[in-house]
Design a protein around this ligand. Structure first.
Ligand code: GDP
Ligand code: MG
Length: 302
């Protein structure tokens, strides 16, 4: 299956839900008036685009309709897609050019961190890169085993310690291994749940200091993984992590299982953090680089 069809099929539930409503709403209007904008705003909010972002989209839409002299409600869809794509564009590239580069993967429990790392590792190995995984989620033994399975499956190396080991020490060792083995990319898993939230944020800060000290000049990505099925909750999580850790990008997972894909617009607009990957399934090739234009096609359809 090609790139577009993966995104398109992954976004089917969202598209059927949002676009179904937008299409039937637009059909019921013969001209573009204030009521149309209000109904559209409501549909977008229902589609998890978020209140502030939905209002902003409709504001831009009013302006564009006026500027372009658009009178046919059918044209609204085209403008809506243009506005959404503009909102999502910029910063989606992953920066991993130095040897080694490092990717720290963070997020709450169950959002898909370990799976995302496995998929990313497979992608890099497929490009001929040498990858070292750091099993810095030491909170549960099962988490280390799960990453180990992904390492074997993807052909990446793994650095792991015993359960309850210091996560920052695992990251330190993973970086040392990557330097010694001349690896291209280090990808570190982290725990999503510690004894409490400040504990978790302190742990992430400690890991960041190790990375800063050991790889001061390396390209570094801090990817926050969010589960799209949680809708506005994902936006709240992003806000908390953004305040505590320097996030460079978002990975939005489980888009295949939800009609809440519109949340991508809320995340981007509210937090001003680029989405860099989307997960559209559990398979190894179900992690896709984020392409704003193709995503918008998948979101709103023809
Ligand atoms: P972690 O606790 O953040 O490390 O989450 P895991 O990587 O263990 O994933 C939790 C569950 O979500 C697993 O069953 C994964 O297979 C599933 N998962 C992860 N990404 C996706 C995705 O894009 N789509 C679907 N359908 N499931 C996913
Ligand atoms: Mg995990």
């Amino acid at each position: 299956m090609g790139f577009f069809s993966k995104i398109a099929s992954g976004l089917k539930k969202t598209r059927d839900s949002i676009m179904g409503s937008v299409n039937s709403m637009l059909k019921s209007f013969t001209k573009i008036d204030e009521e149309l904008f209000e109904e559209l705003e409501e549909i977008l909010i229902m589609g998890d685009v978020g209140a502030a972002t939905s209002a902003r989209i409709c504001e831009q839409l009013r302006r564009r309709v006026k500027e372009e002299g658009v009178t046919d409600p059918d044209e609204v869809k085209r403008l809506l897609k243009e506005i959404a794509a503009e909102m999502l564009r910029g910063g989606q590239e992953l920066h991993v050019t130095t040897k080694p580069s490092i990717i720290l993967v963070i997020g709450v429990n169950g959002v898909g961190k370990t799976t995302t790392i496995g998929k990313m590792a497979a992608k890099f190995v497929g490009e001929g890169k040498k990858v070292v995984l750091g099993a810095a989620d030491t909170f549960r033994a099962a988490a280390i085993e799960q990453l180990d399975i992904w390492a074997k499956r993807s052909g990446a190396d793994i650095v792991k310690h015993a359960q309850d080991a210091d996560p920052a020490a695992v990251v330190f060792d993973a970086i040392a291994a990557a330097k010694a083995r001349q690896a291209d990319v280090v990808i570190c898993d982290t725990a999503g749940r510690l004894h409490n939230k400040s504990n978790l944020m302190n742990e992430l800060a400690k890991i960041s200091r190790v990375i800063e000290r050991e790889l001061p000049d390396a390209d570094r990505e801090v990817l926050l993984v969010l589960d799209a099925t949680t809708g506005q909750n994902a936006v709240n999580q992003a806000r908390e992590f953004k305040n505590a850790a320097g996030i460079t990008g978002i990975v939005l997972t489980k888009l295949d299982g939800t009609a809440r894909g519109g949340v991508v617009l809320a995340i981007r607009e509210d937090l001003q953090v680029p989405v860099k990957f989307v997960g559209v399934g559990e398979g190894v090739d179900d992690l896709q680089p984020f392409d704003p234009d193709e995503f918008v096609e998948g979101l709103f359809g023809e």
